[in-house]
Every structure is written in C-alpha cells, then in structure tokens.
Design a protein around this ligand. Structure first.
Ligand code: C5P
Length: 227
C-alpha cells in the first residue's frame, strides 16, 4: 500500500490528536503533535521569565531559539512520542491551562514558526506520517495526499477540554476553558504568519455530533480513496 502524508488541521480541542493517534496506530504511521512543540517553546519562555501576564520579550525568545531543543521520544506503552524539552519529558507540564494561555502568543512569532516547521518537514520527509496542527496542510505539507480540517462549536470543544483537565485533577473552571478556546481561535486565525485557514483541498469535518468511531470510520474511507 502506498505511504502517504496525512495533515490534520483545525481549531483547538476538536479532537485532532485523538483522531491522528487512532489513524497512526491503524496504519502503522508516525504521529506528530505539532501543538506539543509550540507548547514546549511556550513552557521554555515561561520558565525563563520571557512571557507573563503583562509582558512578552519576543527578542529574547528569538535569541534563545538555538538553545531550545525539542524532541519526540517514542513511548512504547503509549504507542506515540512524548515531548522532551532540552532532554526533559515535559508532556504533563505543557498541557496545563497556563501554557494554553500563552502558547498562541508564542506561536505568532515567525522565527519560532520557521524553526518548528523545518523540524516538522524533516520528520515527515519519508511520508507514512500523521501530523496535526494549524498549518500542516497549508504550510508544512502543502502536497499532503490527504488533508482534514476539523471543527466543532466552541462550547462543545470547551466542554471536552474541561472534562479532560478535570480528570487530570486540574481545578480549572468551564468558563476559563471556554475563554481560552475562544481567545486561541482568535489569535490563531488572525495572526500574520501562517494563520489557521482551511486549505483549498482539505476535507472539512464538523464533529460536534459525531462519535469518535463514526469519525474514524469516515476518515478511513477517505484514506482508502487515496492510497
Ligand atoms: O494543538 P494544540 O491546541 O496543542 O496547539 C496549541 C497552540 O499551538 C495552538 O493554539 C496554536 O496557537 C499553536 N499551534 C500553531 N501551529 C501548529 C500547531 C499549534 O500555531 N501547527
């Protein structure tokens, strides 16, 4: 069977990573969560006091980029790679609401984007990859054989993310999560460099009323049409 590149883009908390992981497992492809890379850079900026509630020193972050090493290390128990920032596993730390609140500001910086895009293109150069993010079908892999664009209402997405955070023991409120989802959508769709837009040849899936199983089956059919 032909190996392809699958690009999954869309708004935050649309279940992109759940779908991407399912597909990677089924097809024995590599899965790359590009959001984790932007989140790790945001975490670095927070740890080094480069970003906070009322400040963001973009120039210092750009100057520090050569010192930021990002790597996915495969975890066989999970079946996918976990994010390491300068050698440290940061999977838990990058999923907090604090990182979510800063990540889109960090992702607006062109120098950050070009560093990460280059690394993503390198990871996908042999195809057989499922990559999720905001600019995969438009910028990272404009020639991807299959492009999916996922949407759902902001309320549905916030509820899903809220449930997830609660399960992890985070004491966040639903209102905080909804506010974060709406704000990130706004920044991601309005930034100058690589804004979140649907690629001309992407297939849009609104999963507000789809189960995971229905969605997975629909995408497998799309793949069968391509390979
Ligand atoms: O996918 P996730 O919600 O973890 O992404 C976190 C943030 O990283 C997004 O809201 C967006 O600002 C940024 N991002 C991006 N381009 C990507 C992936 C994520 O700008 N390819």
């Amino acid at each position: 069977m032909k190996k392809i590149t699958i690009a999954i883009d869309g708004f935050s908390s649309t279940g992109k990573s759940t779908l991407a992981k399912q597909l990677a497992k089924e097809l024995e492809y590599v899965y790359v969560d590009t959001g984790a890379m932007y989140r790790a850079v945001a975490l670095y900026a927070m740890q080094n006091q480069l970003i906070g509630a009322d400040f963001f020193d973009k120039n210092k972050l750009v100057a520090a980029l050569p010192q930021i090493q990002l790597e996915f290390k495969f975890n066989p128990d999970l079946g996918f790679g976990e994010m390491y920032l300068n050698g440290e596993n940061v999977e838990k730390q990058i999923r907090t609401i604090e990182v979510s609140n800063f990540v889109s500001k960090v992702a607006e910086v062109s120098e950050v984007r070009s560093k990460l895009v280059e690394q993503q293109q390198e990871m996908g150069k042999n195809k057989a990859i499922v990559m999720d993010g905001r600019d995969i079908g438009t910028v990272v892999f404009p020639d991807a054989e299959l492009k999916i664009f996922m949407t759902a209402s902001a309320e549905t997405r916030a509820q899903r993310r809220f449930d997830e955070l609660q399960q992890k023991g985070d004491t966040v409120t639903y209102e905080d999560v909804l506010h974060n989802v709406v704000e990130r959508d706004h920044i991601d769709t309005h930034r100058e460099d690589s804004p979140l837009v649907i690629a001309n040849d992407a297939i849009e899936i609104d999963n507000s009323y789809l189960t995971r199983e229905e969605q997975f089956a629909a995408v497998l059919e799309l793949i069968n049409d391509v390979v």
